[in-house]
Ligand binder design. Structure first.
Ligand SMILES: Cc1cc2nc3c(=O)[nH]c(=O)nc-3n(C[C@H](O)[C@H](O)[C@H](O)COP(=O)(O)OP(=O)(O)OC[C@H]3O[C@@H](n4cnc5c(N)ncnc54)[C@H](O)[C@@H]3O)c2cc1C
Length: 434
C-alpha cells in the first residue's frame, strides 16, 4: 500500500500529527500504523483515567518544566503551538477542560473527568478526515528507497511490518510505501500499552543518536524501616531529592509508603534525576529527605502541646497533626516509646523527633521498573532534529514527535502537552509532500 505520509505509532503525538497534516493539506493520503489493537491506549491511563491533558503554566516557564540534553529545543516547538492552541484544539473537538483546584499545580482535565472523552474525539476526527488506521501492525524495519530516475516521484520509504494478533503473536508480513514518514513510537514505559522502545532502533538505522532512555516519574526502592512501618499510608509532605549530598529538587504533594519503598505524586515528581543517576550513570548515593510538616514550626507546635498536656502519651500528642496510624507508628520507627508520657521524654528524644519530622532522610537503593514509570527521560538526540519542523537532519522526509524524542516534562500534564505540540508542529511541517 502506498501513502503520502505514514505515521508509526498512534498515541497522542501520532494522532495529533495525522490530524494536523490532513487539516493542513486535505489531499494527503495518510495512514497510522500501530502495533496494538487500539490507538491512544496510554492516553486512557493518563491522570489515573481522567487524563491530565495540559497545564495552565505551560507557556509561562517551558525551561522550568521540560528537560532535554539540548535545552531550548522544546521552546522552539511550543512557540509554534502552545497552551492556548491546545485549548482551542480540544474546544473545537467539543472537549471542555477545567483546572483542578485540589492543588496549585495547574492541571487541566476534561470536564467529564474521563480520558475516554479524549480518545473518543481523536478517533472520530481521524475517521472524519479519512485517515487510514492499520492496527496490530508492528513496524519492524524501514529503509529509504532510491528515487526512480524514470518517475517524477521522489524517493520513498519502504516500511516492513508484521501483522500481529491481540497477544502480539506474528501472523503475516507485509509492506507499505510512503513519501514521508513520522516516527511517533513513544518511549519505553508501560510496554503492555504499545511503546516498547522499538522506535529507537528504527531511528538508529538512519544514523540517529540516542540519549540512553531511563524510566522517569516512577516509584523509588528503599529498605528504610519507615516505609515498612507506614506501609499503605499516604500523606502530604515536602520531599527533596539529594544526590551526592547536593539538594536537587523539592516538591510538596502526596507521598505513599509502600512495601518496597516510596511512591505517590511527590516522589514521582522528584524521581527523574534520581533515575538518571542510578540507572544511566550506574551510581549510588541518593537520599530523599521528607519534611512531614512543611507549613509548621514543628518544635514550637510540639512544645506548646507538651506544655499544655504533660501527661499525654507521645502518640496522642501527635493526633490532629497526622493520621492516627502515623502518630502510632512514627515513634516506633524512631525507636521511641509511643506510650511514654511527654513530660518524661528526654531532651535527646525530643530533638530526635523534631529533626525527623522536619528532615527525615531515606536512603534510596534503586528505582522501580519501566512497567511503573509514567514517561521516558532520554530518547532520540534532538541535536540531529530540526526544531522548526522536527525533520531529521540526517534523512530528508523523516520526522519525529512525542515521547520518542529526548524531551520530557514534569508531572502535571506537561508530557501530553509535548505530544500535542510536537505532533501539531510536525503534522504541519510535512504537508508539502514532494
Ligand atoms: C500511567 C501513566 C500516566 C500518565 N499520565 C499522564 C498525564 O496525566 N498527563 C500527561 O501529560 N502525561 C501523562 N503520562 C505520559 C503520557 O501518557 C505520554 O508522555 C504520552 O502519552 C506519550 O505520547 P506518544 O504519542 O509520544 O507515545 P505513546 O502514547 O507511547 O504512543 C506510541 C504508540 O506507538 C506505537 N508503537 C510503538 N512501536 C511501534 C512499532 N514498532 N510499530 C507500530 N507501532 C508502534 C505504540 O503501540 C503506541 O500506540 C502518563 C503516562 C503513564 C504511563
Amino acid at each position: 500500500m502506498e501513502y503520502d505520509l505514514i505515521i508509526i505509532g498512534g498515541g497522542a503525538a501520532g494522532q495529533m500529527a495525522a490530524i494536523s497534516a490532513k487539516r493542513a493539506n486535505p489531499n494527503l493520503k495518510i495512514a497510522i500504523l500501530d502495533r496494538t489493537f487500539a490507538l491512544g491506549r496510554k492516553i486512557l491511563v493518563c491522570g489515573a483515567g481522567r487524563c491530565n491533558v495540559t497545564n495552565i503554566n505551560l507557556d509561562k516557564s517551558i525551561d522550568d518544566h521540560y528537560y532535554s540534553n539540548n535545552p531550548g529545543f522544546p521552546n522552539a516547538v511550543f512557540k509554534k503551538f502552545g497552551y492556548q492552541n491546545i485549548l482551542e484544539f480540544f474546544d473545537d473537538l467539543g472537549v471542555k477542560l477545567y483546572v483542578e483546584q485540589k492543588t496549585d499545580i495547574g492541571k487541566l482535565f476534561p470536564t467529564t473527568d474521563q480520558a475516554k472523552t479524549v480518545t473518543g474525539v481523536l478517533e472520530e476526527e481521524l475517521r472524519l478526515l479519512g485517515i487510514d488506521v492499520h492496527l496490530l501492525t508492528q513496524v519492524e524495519q524501514v529503509e529509504k528507497l532510491k528515487a526512480d530516475p524514470e518517475s517524477s516521484a521522489g524517493s520513498q520509504f519502504l516500511i516492513k511490518v508484521t501483522k500481529v494478533d491481540q497477544q502480539g503473536h506474528p501472523q503475516s508480513e507485509s509492506e507499505f510505501k510512503s513519501k514521508k514518514l513520522i516516527i511517533s513510537a513513544g518511549g519505553k514505559t508501560y510496554p503492555a500499552l504499545g511503546s516498547n522502545g522499538s522506535g529507537y532502533g528504527i531511528a538508529e538505522s538512519f544514523g540517529h543518536r540516542i540519549i540512553e532512555p531511563v524510566p522517569s516519574a516512577l516509584p523509588l526502592v528503599s529498605k528504610n524501616p519507615l516505609s515498612h512501618y507506614l506501609q499503605g499510608m499516604k500523606l502530604e509532605a515536602e520531599v527533596t531529592s539529594i544526590i551526592n549530598g547536593k539538594r536537587i529538587k523539592t516538591r510538596t504533594d502526596d507521598v505513599m509508603f509502600t512495601q518496597y519503598g516510596l511512591s505517590g505524586p511527590a516522589i514521582l515528581n522528584i524521581s527523574r534525576e534520581i533515575s538518571i543517576f542510578i540507572n544511566r550513570e550506574q551510581k549510588s548515593g541518593v537520599e530523599v529527605e521528607i519534611n512531614f510538616l512543611p507549613e509548621i514550626d514543628v518544635k514550637s507546635e510540639l512544645e506548646k502541646r507538651w506544655n499544655n498536656r504533660p501527661d499525654q502519651t507521645l502518640e496522642k500528642s501527635l493526633y490532629g497533626l497526622f493520621p492516627n496510624k502515623f502518630a502510632e507508628t512514627f515513634p516506633r520507627a524512631l525507636n521511641l516509646e509511643k506510650d511514654k508520657k511527654v513530660k518524661d521524654l528526654k531532651i535527646e528524644e525530643k530533638e530526635k523527633l523534631f529533626t525527623c519530622l522536619s528532615s527525615y532522610s531515606i536512603k534510596i537503593d534503586g528505582t522501580r521498573s519501566w512497567n511503573e514509570a509514567e514517561f521516558t527521560a532520554g530518547g532520540i538526540d534532538t541535536r540531529d532534529v530540526n526544531p522548526e519542523t522536527l525533520e531529521s537532519k540526517l534523512t530528508e522526509g523523516l520526522y519525529f514527535c512525542g515521547e520518542i524524542l529526548d524531551v520530557d516534562g514534569d508531572v502535571g500534564g506537561f508530557n501530553l502537552s509535548w505530544a500535542w505540540s510536537s505532533g501539531n508542529v510536525v503534522g504541519k511541517a510535512v504537508n508539502n509532500v514532494k
